[in-house]
Every structure is written in structure tokens, then in C-alpha cells.
Design a protein around this ligand. Structure first.
Ligand SMILES: C[S@@+](CC[C@H](N)C(=O)[O-])C[C@H]1O[C@@H](n2cnc3c(N)ncnc32)[C@H](O)[C@@H]1O
Length: 294
């Protein structure tokens, strides 16, 4: 099947290239609020966050941390709102997100990103569906958010539970998607019983899959191809278009290509283009890739 793939180097808070109600599936993983590696990125996209971060350095106030957390989610929410506009009735949005922990002024805090995103997406109009917990390759338990679980880490009650799961949140716009009776696209896109049993359970143990292939992909926290593969096959049919508003290294586009879906990816960082092109090259001669800059 001939498929088309567009990479748009632009901020997905606005997606004027996409018509209202035109995309049946969004699969993505945004920058994670309150995870240090994304601080600079959020400051660039939203100057209010840069100001708050300077204020935090100067004052160390806990209330400023809360304001930064709020502003980061408001920044992401603009993309959730725009996604709602472009999704079709019955369209699905899948968001991979991890919670974050941070110690500021000796105070350890959890930032439950998954629940903030659910609140924002419901506010935009989405219906929340049962979500998936992705059990990540094991990390060592931590003591007070730092170092290994050693020494007094064996003594109750001051150790913390390790964040070794991420969330794959699933939302729907409007009512169930409808197809004409006996629509062949659904039958051609069917999964096997083994796949259904494995994919439609709440805990995905994808520890066996190598998470990323290169250091560069680790730097932008690429997700395992198996995650994009499953979500695309679970929530779209052949010939559909899959949107990723936070494209990163291009994993979603690659898996859309492999599954006979069209795709559109937005990415602000133009320096990722060579990696995206390399990752999506040679999937199939029937996949047409177009790069646009706004
Ligand atoms: C966690 S990474 C995505 C990783 C991706 N799932 C993969 O497998 O490579 C998030 C990406 O979103 C991009 N990004 C952040 N905010 C954006 C925005 N508003 N519009 C478009 N891209 C954005 C970042 O530059 C980063 O590459």
C-alpha cells in the first residue's frame, strides 16, 4: 500500500497544516515536566518558565516549583487542545508519560504528570479510557530519591518507592468510531488472539526490548518501537493517518510506515532531522516522505 509521511519542523501548539477532524489516531511521548533534561526545552518554548526558573534559583521557594510544574503542563496542554481539534469523532490519543521526582531545598516531591495530563485532556473534552502501565527495564530502588538502596535504606520508614513504570494514557474524542458494515480495512488490520491477549492488558512488560538504539536517541528519550507498533495496530486501521506532535527521533513515523499507515510528525528541533531521516529510510519503496519547515 502506498503511504505518505510528513515531517513538519514546527511547534505543535498550532497545527495549521492539519484540517479539523481529519486524523483518527495520535501516538506520542512529550517532554516530561519536572525531569531535569527537559528544563531548558520548556524555558525556550515558554519564556514564563525561564523567568520562574531564575526566580527559583534566587529564592528556592517551594511555591515557585509548583508554579513551574503548572506552567509546564499548561505548555503541553496547548498541544492536547490542538490534537483534540484535528482528531476525528471517535479518534484516539495515546500519550506516554512518566511521573517525576525532585528534591528542592531538601524537600523531596513527586510530580504525578500522568494525573495532570488526564485533568488537562478531560478539560479539553477528551474521554479518559483505561490506561496502560509500561513496566520499564529495572532501575535500582532509591533512597531519598538519590543513590542506591543501601545502609539505612533497609530500615523503615524513610525510603521511597522507585518509579519503574510509565503511563500510556488513552483518550477518545467523542463517541466510538464507526465503520461501514464489513469494511475490509478493519479485517485486513486485525490482530491475532495472542496479540490481543498481550496488548489489551494493563501492564506491558517490555523489558526484553532494547529501549533505544543510539546515545542520541537516549538523549531525547525515544520510546521502544514495540510501544508505537502496538498502539498503532490497536487503535487504527491500514490507510489511516497517525499523528505524533512530539516526534523526536521519528519512532512513530517508522512504525506507521511498517504498518501501512500514513503519518504526520511535528518536531521543533531541526537538528533531529538527520536522525529522523535515517530511522525512517528504506522502510519500503511505497512510503513517500516529505519534510516541511513552517
Ligand atoms: C520525549 S521526545 C519524543 C521521543 C520520541 N517518542 C521518539 O521515540 O524518539 C519529545 C520531543 O518533542 C519535541 N518537542 C517538544 N515540544 C514540542 C512542540 N511544542 N512541538 C513540536 N515538538 C516538540 C522535543 O524537541 C523532543 O524531540
Amino acid at each position: 500500500m502506498q503511504t505518505e509521511h510528513k515531517i513538519i519542523i514546527a511547534n505543535s501548539q498550532q497545527m495549521p497544516e492539519l484540517k479539523d477532524s481529519s486524523i483518527p489516531l495520535m501516538v506520542t511521548s512529550p517532554p516530561y515536566p519536572m525531569i531535569k533534561m527537559w528544563d531548558t526545552h520548556f524555558s525556550k518554548i515558554n519564556p514564563q518558565i525561564a523567568t520562574l526558573q531564575q526566580e527559583l534559583e534566587a529564592t528556592g521557594k517551594d511555591a515557585t516549583v509548583t508554579q513551574i510544574y503548572k506552567a509546564m503542563h499548561e505548555t503541553l496542554a496547548k498541544t492536547w487542545c490542538e490534537t483534540y481539534r484535528v482528531l476525528t469523532e471517535g479518534g484516539i490519543a495515546c500519550i506516554n508519560i512518566g511521573d517525576a521526582t525532585r528534591t528542592v531545598n531538601d524537600k523531596f516531591r513527586l510530580f504525578p504528570n500522568h494525573s495532570r495530563i488526564i485533568e488537562h485532556c478531560e478539560h479539553v473534552g477528551f474521554t479518559t479510557l483505561p490506561y496502560i502501565l509500561w513496566k520499564k527495564p529495572t532501575t535500582k530502588p532509591k533512597y531519598k530519591g538519590k543513590g542506591a538502596f543501601l545502609g539505612s535504606g533497609f530500615l523503615p520508614p524513610n525510603a521511597y518507592v522507585t518509579l519503574d513504570c510509565e503511563f500510556i494514557l488513552i483518550f477518545r474524542k467523542g463517541k466510538l468510531r464507526r465503520f461501514p458494515p464489513n469494511d475490509p480495512r478493519r479485517y485486513e488490520s486485525a490482530f491475532t488472539k495472542k496479540q490481543r491477549d498481550e496488548w489489551f492488558t494493563q501492564i506491558w512488560d517490555i523489558t526484553g526490548t532494547r529501549q533505544t538504539t543510539s546515545q542520541h536517541e537516549r538523549r531525547i528519550a525515544a520510546y521502544p518501537e514495540e510501544i508505537a507498533n502496538r498502539l498503532i495496530r490497536m487503535f487504527s486501521v491500514k490507510g489511516d493517518t497517525v499523528l505524533d506532535p512530539f516526534l523526536g527521533s521519528g519512532t512513530t513515523v517508522k512504525l506507521a510506515m511498517q504498518n501501512d499507515r500514513n503519518s504526520v510528525g511535528y518536531e521543533t528541533d531541526a537538528t533531529l532531522l538527520p536522525m529522523i531521516k535515517k530511522k525512517t529510510a528504506a522502510q519500503s519503496p511505497t512510503c513517500k516522505l516529505k519534510v516541511m519547515k513552517r
